[in-house]
Design a protein around this ligand. Sequence first.
Ligand code: PMP
Ligand code: GLU
Length: 399
Amino acid sequence: MIRISQLAASVKPSATIAAGTKARQLKAAGIKVWDFSLGEPDFNTPKHICDAAEKAALGGQTHYTPTSGTAEVKAAICRWYKSYHGYECAPENVIVSNGAKHSIHNALAAIVGPGDEVIIPTPYWVSYSDLVSMTGATPVLVNTTPESGFKMSPAQLKAAITPKTRILMLNSPCNPTGTVYSRAELEALVDTLLANSEAAILSDEIYEQLTYGDAKPTCVATLRPALKDRIITISGASKSYAMTGWRMGWAVAPAAVVKAMDTIQSQETSCPSSVSQAALIAALDGPQECVAEMRKEFAARRELTYKLLDAIPGAKVVKSDGAFYAFFDVSAVFGKSFGGKVVTDSLTYCNTLLEQAYVNLVPGVAFGAEGFVRMSYATNAATIEGGLAKLAEWMASGK
Ligand code: PMP
Ligand code: GLU
């Protein structure tokens, strides 16, 4: 018997990936699943991006690249930040990894370890706390509530800071809540950190191109000059360009942090995929109408989702303006029996709902928010209508 390591045994499987896998298995067994689990655009990658990858592969870009990415892809990322956010960064500040999840992992591994604390506002994206724990550092969770629109206040941040704080993790627009902090709100948080700690900020901005209505994304690195040596910006192509399978994420950070991440990556994966890097250049430099079209579609789905959820008794939605998630409180039905099964928490709620109505949501507990569930609306209108009709019917069956 091979003994499993302490590290592996201490990591929880990703709840979002697990929910997606469950849906895939049911579908393979011929069952119609109303799947709202994975945060993944249902669109295929735009054609001009695929064409660039094909051209790169046929043109011989099939070899290892520099560990942190090609000079061309780094230049494209710098150009994109300059034009989208007015943020000036240099190629030495950029490292490309196999998805933003990998960038976050490498950034944490480069900076923190046992004895260090990382502040994470809840609800947080499932992987944050485990990625922090895998380094040996301690996640310090700061609870936010629907009343504040799931936003952490400067006072809450100040109270969470200790001499051991090494990183504050921010995620706006947020997965799972969709919350978008305003520029002023982020300035207040940054100023609180700068005044009370030497810690760095890891700002995950992967949903930056997906905001709706008047909400605007903020590149936190642009807020204060003092952040120059203190901030790691994370983003990637998965969400904005419908490129989840290409595994393209990146970090923009002080050169010393990039160098440390580069060393880790050189032992881990050698480099990101050469063909995917060529595709990423086409995504960032190419026509951006595809992003606008997908955003428009997500905006319409968001409206539809909220309209239908609002009509379901027992589902209390906290509306937000970013990403593609609806996060809602279903604790009103905890204690009720559905088809003979009593639902007691977000996990039993999601399991019972999937078993009985084939509607697949992700339990809030995985995001550090018991009582809630997450629905990804990155799927077509017919699925949203059909799935939410099923959800309404199932909710009404609770006794
Ligand atoms: N950050 C957030 C907040 C996310 O929701 C995701 C989900 N994919 C990621 C990072 C990682 O994305 P990827 O690894 O596909 O680039
Ligand atoms: N980030 C997406 C989600 O939250 C995709 C799955 C994952 O990487 O966790 O569903």
